[in-house]
Design a protein around this ligand. Structure first.
Ligand code: AMP
Length: 219
């Protein structure tokens, strides 16, 4: 299956994307993680991307499109993938149409995680992220077993610098202005299913399985 997942920052789309990835055995492609990796390795793309990310703005399209195009051509994507964080604006959506068209692929499903923006600001202040494997925790609702240490790989967890409140508010504005129109496009194509971002963490797997069921039965 080829899936996109949408939702404002802090909606829990990353958690759901990882769950779906495990469930369907398809890779999750998270542009935010890919960009953070470029930044930490100090690559040319990373050096350019950092200033935009620190401000909570979108990184220039050419850079992100190049990363995603290269990633989608790797063999592990041939059986499907879940894209988290891309496309973020209409130019990126056009680029994705072109890339998939050239590869003879079509999207199966677009998930939209719906959550009240005010919940997001609190949630993100409590979010911790594993820079090594990308696992996500919430200090109040989903803490790691050992303080500040990733359950999955043992690395030390960090708070992302763009999870500070003023940057979160900018990211929410960017989402409303630039990413919502992309969602409209996929609604018109009849691809969008909504999932709720405000349910307790233990209910997430059941909801995800529910929404994927018709597609799993079809295959
Ligand atoms: P995220 O982890 O998805 O919240 O992304 C963190 C930051 O990475 C965003 O605020 C942007 O600066 C950048 N970013 C991630 N994905 C994209 C994208 N598709 N296009 C442009 N910038 C992106």
């Amino acid at each position: 299956m080829r899936i996109l997942i949408f939702g404002p920052p802090g909606s829990g789309k990353g958690t759901r994307a990882r769950l779906i990835s495990r469930l369907l055995k398809i890779p999750v492609i998270t542009t935010g993680d890919m960009l953070r990796d470029e930044v930490s390795r100090g690559t040319e793309i990373g050096l350019k991307a950092k200033e935009y990310m620190d401000r909570g703005e979108l990184v220039p399209d050419e850079l992100v499109i190049r990363l995603v195009e290269e990633r989608l051509h790797r063999p592990d994507c041939s059986g499907g993938f879940i894209l988290d964080g891309f496309p973020r604006n209409l130019r990126q959506a056009e680029a994705l149409d072109r890339i998939l068209g050239e590869m003879g692929m079509e999207l199966d499903l677009v998930l939209n995680v719906v959550v009240d923006p005010e919940i997001v600001v609190e949630r993100l202040s409590l979010r911790r992220w594993c820079p090594k494997c990308g696992a996500i925790y919430n200090l109040k609702y989903d803490p790691p077993k050992v303080d500040e240490i990733c359950d999955e790989c043992g690395a030390r967890l960090i708070q992302r610098s763009d999870d500070r409140e003023e940057v979160v508010r900018r990211r929410l504005r960017v989402y409303e202005e630039q990413t919502k129109p992309v969602l409209e496009l996929y609604i018109e194509r009849g691809l969008v299913r909504e999932i709720r971002g405000d349910i307790p963490i233990e209910e997430i797997p059941r909801e995800v399985e529910e929404v994927l069921k018709p597609y799993l039965e079809r295959d």
